[in-house]
Design a protein around this ligand. Structure first.
Ligand code: SF4
Length: 435
């Protein structure tokens, strides 16, 4: 059977689709890049904003136009909250909710998914497709109640994977040649809490660093209220990448309160200071929502000033959109679209400026770069693209395709158009390359 897989939205979705690909291959099926060649298509949708929902519907319709004969299976957060709207799209054979997503491969193929063993996965992954960075889902669901969030409705209560399961997966990824594991979860900071553990994430990170040989470990998004100052002691181990993604959502206390976020300006500032005193110039990125219901010009101005003060290394800016079933959708004083657009443009410009400043602070230094892919080639070599440990996106022209390796590079200059840093890989000898 030939299967085409597509995903929208967060890293967790990406991670899930990668896992499905491995399961399909393990059963002897073929993953195809071209939807026109597929017998079955799987789409992992997103519903984080109205735009994401619209993009999910558009993607499913488009895939049906490209291949009307293929059966389409739709899963993910949009399928969870609006199954009826998905089911009527031509070509959709089944809608699978998030709760039964783990059985999706079996549902399509009728074959049992065997537990992975090392040898077939290694065989499944030819070296020219070797991946550098793998996302490892360790947790799903969330017990918080942020008033704008549909994810918590779509993904249910928080639940954590067994530690031994996670360690097993990271052992496999290491053996397959992956250079970096990124721990992901809807509410990663709550890892272990469903089992009554108070420091589950700390224990998980310590266990991975002590018991596996994965060269680099990175944490994805962490809610600020889950972290205590001693959490940052973990970064005394250099294998843990100095990168934190701490979603702030608003820099105004009044807005944060209406969002039911469990943090304030003062608490978030203290957390940033603790991180910066424990880790040398960490890359701290964030998410911000503009135009949340009731956000006045004054609240936005307070938020923008605070965000400027936080001096993030990058930021995703979202325009608030009503999500069905959420408390915020029922609030009064929704902000007009043109106001949201203007606020979003202001913060996107601020984010670009903060990103540039952070990258430029690291110019003329050497950083380990995990080279992820080649974006093209010129007569001077391959255009290699990767990320430093502190999450600066870098590009380098080199006679070799460096994909799949972590190699030191000197950061030379910042390209403001591509928003990435040019670098020179430091590979001195051929023997160094082959080791
Ligand atoms: S912490 Fe808030 S925003 Fe994040 S998934 Fe939970 S409810 Fe949603």
């Amino acid at each position: 059977m030939r299967i085409h897989l597509r995903t929208l939205g967060c890293r967790l979705n990406q991670r899930e689709i990668e896992t499905m690909a491995r399961h399909f291959r393990r059963q002897g099926h073929e993953i195809v890049d071209d939807p026109a060649l597929a017998d079955q298509i799987v789409v992992n949708t997103c519903a984080v904003t109205e735009d994401a929902s619209r993009a999910s519907r558009r993607l499913v319709r488009g895939l049906n136009r490209e291949n009307a004969a293929a059966q389409i299976t739709v899963t993910g957060c949009y399928a969870q909250i609006a199954p009826d709207q998905i089911a009527v799209i031509p070509g959709v054979a089944r809608v699978v909710d998030n709760g039964t997503k783990d059985q999706l491969v079996t549902t399509i193929t009728g074959q049992t998914v065997e537990p992975f063993d090392l040898e077939p996965i290694t065989r499944d992954t030819p070296t020219h497709l070797a991946r550098t960075r793998a996302f490892v889902k360790v947790q799903d669901g969330c017990d918080n109640a942020c008033t704008f969030c549909v994810t918590t409705i779509a993904r249910g209560a928080g639940r954590s994977r067994d530690l031994s399961d996670v360690l097993g997966e990271i052992h496999l990824l290491t053996a397959m040649g992956y250079q970096e594991a990124v721990l992901t979860g809807v509410h990663l900071g709550s890892y272990g809490q469903d089992r009554g553990e108070h420091d589950g994430l700390v224990m998980l990170v310590k266990a991975i660093l002590a018991e596996t040989d994965i060269p680099r470990l990175r944490l994805s998004s962490l809610e600020p209220w889950d972290l205590t100052p001693d959490f940052f002691e973990l970064w005394s181990n250099p294998r843990l990448c100095p990168h934190l993604h701490l979603p702030l959502q608003s820099g105004c206390d009044a807005t944060l309160k209406r969002m039911l976020r469990k943090t304030t300006q003062a608490q978030f500032r203290a957390l940033m200071q603790a991180a910066r005193s424990a880790i040398s110039d960490p890359c701290i990125t964030s998410d911000v929502i503009v135009g949340f219901p009731g956000e006045t010009d004054e609240e936005f101005a307070i938020s923008a000033t605070y965000i400027g003060e936080m001096d993030f290394a990058g930021m995703h800016v979202f325009r608030y959109s009503k999500r069905p079933g959420t408390a915020a959708a029922r609030m009064r004083n929704h902000v007009p679209e043109d106001v949201k657009k203007a606020r979003s443009e202001t913060l996107i410009a601020l984010a670009a400026e903060q990103e540039r400043r952070y990258a430029e602070r690291h110019l003329h230094t050497e950083r380990p770069v995990a080279w992820e892919h080649v974006s093209g080639a010129t007569q001077d070599g391959f255009v290699n693209v990767g990320y430093t440990d502190n999450y600066i996106r870098v590009t380098a022209l080199h006679p070799r395709a460096l994909t799949g390796h972590v190699l030191p590079a000197r950061l030379t200059d910042y390209d403001p158009v591509k928003q990435m840093v040019r670098a020179i890989p430091l590979i001195e000898t051929e023997s160094e390359w082959t080791t």
